[in-house]
Design a protein around this ligand. Structure first.
Ligand SMILES: [Zn+2]
Length: 427
């Protein structure tokens, strides 16, 4: 893997979206703060190693005596009027699987529902066998390929879940493949144990036994080996009940994990009982009550919306982002990259769907895909905005205006990515 450059100046940036904090209070962006992009026109950013040192107008950088004195040591990248944004933060992905689910894809097109596909042996359950029998190196190879593809689309920080093994050994193997994959990639990977993804078929009718294995074996062993930062649970019909999800959270907390959960994708689950665990994020949130939205107001638990899943499932309805944003709930966007319901690695695509189907403005979609994603991973102090002292994570888009990023859907206009100070050109 490449080493970060010593001193680098990105100059002649048409629009530099800093996303700098609009107020002194740290934390995820809410309401009208979500639209504050802190744009500098004809901007420049100086970074050394993996840290941002300073930023401002290009003409000020040119006459800065400190920069002038070190001209020879500084590598300059001419951005030629392109748009520079903080590296995109994909805070919800499932990259540890081997095969696409093409039969499910065809069945769904022919009219089968998510539940019908699962009942016919498709869905999450159908990815298990290949992951259980795969060599760790094969899984690692897949993870690395996906991370590289994500970086090519502007993503520099990725949350990566296990969850297609669902045995102690294969969940630990999946987490190891995330760790090994992350070590071959310059960006930042946040690993999550999703042992409670679905109840595997060998535990059909006795889900409690499986939950016990998750709580007493998977979680403690992942903790001991420091293989994950978060524990996640899929709480919904066809997956785990609210009581089971609480058990998983109790065990996770006991072993020092932060928690996050898939909530309200297919049906509503009351969120209030989970707030005592201080979840970093509730993800999906298609079905959520006014009462629960009121409970989330003012808290730092982020609502992570994944419109790629609604799109790929051909749903008419999308999560009600406006209701959440207007109520003061912090909203993030992620791809939910997975083989069954959202096979996309593109954050710009997720942003485009958020604009067209969830009525988020391009500015809100950008903040949700950067700074609020960072807060959803507990990394808001390091990632998600371009400010001195933060990590040197940038995506350079070959467009004149940031609104073009969600506008040109389905095309990749990312020209260059900087991951923890490491420059990767996409050309
Ligand atoms: Zn998911």
């Amino acid at each position: 893997m490449q080493k970060p450059q010593p001193w680098t100046l990105l100059a002649n940036i048409g629009q530099l979206l800093t996303l700098r904090a609009p107020s002194a209070k740290p934390g995820p962006r809410r309401r009208s703060d979500l639209k504050e992009l802190g744009i500098i026109h004809d901007g420049a950013v100086l970074f050394v190693g993996n840290k941002i040192v300073s930023l401002g107008a290009t003409k000020d950088a040119r006459c800065d005596p400190w920069i002038r004195k070190r001209r020879k040591q500084i590598v300059e990248i001419d951005c030629a009027g392109k748009v520079v944004i903080p590296g995109l933060v994909d805070s919800h992905t499932h990259p540890v699987f081997l095969n696409p689910r093409l039969v499910d894809f065809e069945k769904r097109i022919a009219g089968a529902s998510y539940e019908e596909i699962a009942a016919a042996g498709g869905g999450i359950g159908s990815s298990l066998e290949s992951v259980r029998t795969a060599a760790k190196s094969a899984l690692t190879e897949k993870v690395v390929a996906v991370l590289r593809d994500m970086a090519a689309h502007g993503t520099t920080t990725v949350e990566a879940k296990s969850g297609y093994g669902l045995t102690v050994a294969s969940e630990l193997k999946s987490l190891e493949s995330i760790r090994d994959g992350a070590s071959q990639w310059a960006g930042t990977v946040v690993p999550t144990l999703l042992g409670a993804h679905v109840v595997p078929k060998e535990f059909k009718g006795c889900s409690q036994k499986y939950v016990e294995i998750v709580c007493t074996e998977m979680i403690p062993r992942a903790a001991r080996r420091k293989l994950a930062q978060f524990v996640d649970v899929f709480c919904d019909q066809g997956a785990f009940t609210a009581e089971e999800a609480e058990q998983v959270f109790v065990a996770a907390r006991q072993h020092g994990f932060s928690v996050r959960a898939h909530m309200g994708q297919l049906s509503e689950t009351k969120l209030a009982p989970f707030l005592r665990f201080d979840p970093a994020s509730f993800d999906h949130m298609d079905h959520v009550s006014e009462d629960d939205i009121a409970q989330l107001r003012g808290r730092d638990t982020v609502a992570t919306l994944v419109p790629g899943a609604n799109h790929f499932l051909g749903l008419k309805d999308y999560p009600n982002a406006r209701r959440l944003i207007d109520a003061g709930v912090p909203v993030a966007l992620a791809t939910d990259y997975n083989p069954g319901t959202s096979p996309t690695i593109s954050m710009p695509m997720a942003m485009s769907l958020a604009c067209t189907h969830m009525k988020m403005s391009p500015a809100e979609a950008l903040a949700a895909a950067t700074i609020n994603g960072a807060w959803a991973l507990g990394l808001g102090h390091r990632k998600g905005s371009i400010e001195p002292g933060k990590d040197a994570d940038f995506a350079v888009f070959d467009v004149k205006d940031y609104r073009e990023i969600p506008y040109w859907f389905g095309a990749n206009h990312c020209a260059l990515t900087v991951l923890n100070g490491v420059i990767e050109s996409q050309n």
